[in-house]
Design a protein around this ligand. Structure first.
Ligand SMILES: CC(C)(COP(=O)(O)OP(=O)(O)OC[C@H]1O[C@@H](n2cnc3c(N)ncnc32)[C@H](O)[C@@H]1OP(=O)(O)O)[C@@H](O)C(=O)NCCC(=O)NCCS
Length: 192
């Protein structure tokens, strides 16, 4: 439209302006029951096959996620661009959030969307009374969001201890929290 208008005013030999990149606006909204299969498809697309064989999934099997924190990002047309889910776990007996899976559609990566999803959902987590969050992931990526290695926290094997990372949501919530990460007990209420 703009190029056509310029050509009309300046003549057809006027060089076509380069497209100006625009930041995409995303709506971050709670995941609903009807989003489940779309989100699963995004995770299947984004991760290597067999993601559910990872030991972290044994902490999720038959345990309800913290549904209030599960968040999807949709663009202005409603297209799913990214998603994050959370599960409750016990770390050395202390309530903790397990962040993940988190994924951004390959065509939307590098726009900062995963960061938006994490910041948005972690603010909500803190507001609901969760004190600490952990994940299994690449430190070079997650350290920019304040995650550091949890030296004395042990995920079910096989998990590379270098990839066990955590971040406090309040004060020094990880100080003195050590030991194995175990499944959330059935029927135990969440902090909120
Ligand atoms: C990891 C992921 C969620 C990041 O989403 P994103 O919206 O592209 O992330 P951001 O835009 O906030 O950050 C992108 C930056 O992180 C870097 N990055 C992405 N994954 C990284 C990793 N594993 N290690 C180090 N850096 C990484 C990118 O190179 C990019 O760097 P730049 O800012 O210097 O260009 C996305 O790449 C993804 O869905 N990957 C496949 C699924 C996955 O691996 N999930 C995480 C499991 S632990």
């Amino acid at each position: 439209m703009f190029a056509a208008g310029v050509a009309h005013v300046l003549g057809p030999s006027y060089p076509k302006p380069a497209p100006v990149p625009r930041a995409t606006m995303y709506h971050l909204i709670p995941e609903r029951a009807q989003d489940v299969y779309e989100v699963e498809a995004l995770f299947d697309l984004s991760f290597a096959p067999g993601r559910e064989a990872l030991s972290s999934y044994r902490l999720r099997d038959d345990v309800a996620p913290v549904a209030a924190l599960n968040t999807v990002a949709r663009d202005a047309d409603g297209i799913l661009a990214g998603a994050v889910r959370y599960w409750p776990v016990l770390t050395g007996g202390q309530p903790s959030l397990l962040l993940g899976p988190i994924a951004v559609h390959p065509t939307r990566q590098g726009e900062g969307l995963a960061g938006q999803l994490m910041r948005h959902s972690l603010v909500a987590a803190a507001a609901r009374g969760w004190l600490r969050v952990m994940l299994v992931g690449d430190a070079p990526y997650y350290q920019r969001f304040g995650f550091t290695r949890l030296d004395h926290v042990v995920m079910p094997p096989p998990t590379n201890p270098e990839r066990v990372l955590g971040r406090a949501l309040a004060g020094d919530a990880w100080v003195g929290v050590t030991g194995p990460v175990t499944r959330w007990p059935e029927a135990r209420a969440f902090p909120d």
